[in-house]
Design a protein around this ligand. Structure first.
Ligand code: CAO
Length: 535
């Protein structure tokens, strides 16, 4: 094994940059291209990648140190790698992937202009990178800008860089949008600059003239039209103050997090990965109070035909936020099973009916809620929540069952509190009362809080199965579909049995697939023989 120096690649003319993050520690095993350290200048953030797969021997710099092109920052060992060949890899990487400092987008020259003048905003030298993606437009058309204000943010695999205003002026137009790919020399917009200010000469304001001969055409081609919407739906929407490296921005896009809402704890408020994780955890544990961003489509559908637009009420907006928070932060899986409720239904419709007081109706839901409390006692993880840092499990000793109720205004989830202490008839009349209050808009807030598990029953409507979304911070939700008669083999012949489809969605961070299968099986057994519910 040869120990190899890892040096800072060519910084494309920047004298000195600051080490703002050490991503690894001695002993870490890395893949080629994994980030070792992150450097930052005024205008660009860049990673120094591992030149080969291997082990970190030592890191020779600390956060806050200033380094230059060629500075020796780490030593690595790689199995079977020769020292000399690795140096070459480092240099190659530098040539191909290191962004040059973002210089002024046009090279202004004093000119004897007498009128205000529009100048092109041009993508500066990208240090050899062919094309980069626009991940943020930091200002709006019409904004008045100072020289050096950030106009847009570009991102490659290894670096995030800002394109600054070449001089003070008013933004006339952008000719690109988030998601477009641009290259050095591309014109991305126009800036109206004051007559007294130094302006780009007509020749230099043209990208062809202000760019190297190899620069591509002046018109940026929107090469990612199809993905534009996705990116813009998730990219930061703020004023360009978001301070984060490429890896963090990528993670934020994957999680659907708007970085402008995240507080950075790194140097100069830079957002680090753990800031993003903390933000998501907080949102999961308190989804209503601090929702993730919910974005729809900005497409103009009236191009295709007549449309009407209507406002969404508060219930639907809150539901949307909670669904997005749950869907984007919880790895959820759905387990399906079927309970044979032939005997239960026979009992419910005959013997039980005769015993019930006048006007009292007991649907299968009350039995299902009762059976759930028993299953939750037998499988306590299903009645839990993850602690704030997702490193503890909070097991609840109460059994409060949320019941999803479909109302004209949207979905509400009142709670059957202490459901384990109540009989089936009491659960039936209480859920009927809660559902009525929900539909009459008379449900107090505290009737909807404190659920430890949720049931969503579409059995009265129809359908064979569905995948409910976990109602965070709970870890599981039971979906119930419509029971129907099916031929079931009894060992000798097929007989018609009333089968109830169950769909259990669960948080896979807390619950394993095998546990989920055991839970639903147990639930099915409880419902198959109603006498179990008495135990
Ligand atoms: N299979 C077959 N029949 C069923 C059934 C099932 N799983 N569940 C209920 N039924 C029957 C009932 O027995 C009743 O029939 P009868 O009047 O002949 O007895 C009929 O369907 C209507 O039941 P219901 O829906 O009024 O009552 P419920 O107790 O089953 O449900 C409530 C109450 C509030 C859960 C329900 O009205 C509701 O709002 N469901 C929608 C929940 C929802 O929107 N979930 C989706 C959320 S997104 O994940």
């Amino acid at each position: 094994m040869a120990q190899t120096q890892v040096n800072v690649p060519d910084l494309g003319g920047i004298d000195e940059v600051e080490v703002i993050e050490i991503c690894v520690q001695p002993g870490d095993e890395l893949n080629a291209e994994d980030a070792l350290i992150v450097l930052e200048s005024d205008k660009a953030t860049m990673e120094v990648p591992a030149p080969f797969a291997g082990k970190v021997k030592e890191i020779l710099v600390a956060v806050g140190d200033k380094v230059n092109s060629g500075s020796h920052v780490a030593n690595m060992v790689g199995v079977g790698e020769e020292s000399s060949s690795v140096e070459a890899v480092v240099e190659d990487t530098a040539k191909q992937e290191t962004p040059a400092p973002v210089e002024q987008a046009t090279q202004p020259k004093p000119a004897a202009a007498t009128d205000n003048q529009e100048i092109d905003i041009v993508v500066p030298d990208l240090g050899g990178i062919d094309s980069v993606e626009i991940i943020e437009l930091s200002v709006s058309v019409g904004d008045t800008l100072d020289a050096e204000d950030s106009l847009l943010v570009l991102e490659s695999d290894k670096a995030t860089m800002e394109v600054p205003a070449p001089q003070a002026g008013k933004l006339v137009s952008f000719s690109v949008q988030v998601g477009d790919k641009v290259s050095q020399g591309d014109v991305v917009g126009k800036l109206l600059v004051a007559a007294s200010a130094p302006v780009a000469t007509p020749v230099e304001s043209k990208p062809e003239a202000s760019s190297p001969a190899s620069a591509p055409s002046a018109k940026p081609e929107p090469v990612k039209a199809a993905s534009t919407q996705t990116v813009s739906a998730q990219a930061p929407t703020s004023s360009g103050k978001v301070h984060a490296g490429p890896a963090v921005r990528k993670l934020a896009r994957e999680l659907g997090v708007d970085l402008s809402q995240v507080t950075g704890t790194g140097p100069r408020s830079r957002i680090q990965k753990h800031d993003l994780h903390d933000f998501v955890k907080q949102r999961v544990n308190n989804p209503v109070a601090s929702p993730l961003t919910v974005k729809g489509s900005d497409e103009d559908f009236s191009k295709y035909g007549a449309i009407t637009e209507q406002g969404l009420n508060k219930i639907k907006q809150v539901t949307a936020r909670n669904m997005v928070a749950s869907w984007t932060t919880i790895p959820q899986v759905t387990q399906f099973d079927e309970a044979d409720i032939t005997d239960l239904e026979h009992y419910r419709k005959t013997a039980m009916g005769a015993l019930l007081p006048e006007g009292v109706k007991v649907s299968p839901l009350a039995f299902i809620a009762k059976a759930c409390t028993k299953a939750l006692k037998a499988f306590p993880e299903f009645n839990s929540s993850l602690g704030p840092n997702a490193d503890t499990l909070i097991l609840k000793q109460y059994y409060n069952i949320g019941i999803a109720v479909d109302t004209p205004d949207g979905l509400l989830v009142p709670v059957l509190k202490g459901a384990d202490q109540k009989g089936v008839v009491e659960l039936a009349s209480e859920s009927a009362e809660l559902a009525k209050k929900a539909r009459d808009k008379k449900l107090p807030m505290d009737a909807m809080s404190g659920a430890s598990f949720t049931i969503s029953s579409l059995g009265g409507i129809g359908g064979t199965a569905f995948t409910p979304i976990v109602n965070a911070p709970q870890v599981a939700i039971l979906g119930v579909s419509k029971a129907s008669y099916k031929p079931v083999w009894n060992g000798e012949s097929f007989e018609p049995r009333l089968m109830l489809p169950l769909s259990l969605s669960y948080d896979h961070r807390v619950i394993d697939g095998a546990q989920a299968a055991r839970f639903t099986r147990y639930l099915c057994e409880l419902l198959t023989d109603v006498r179990h519910l008495l135990l």
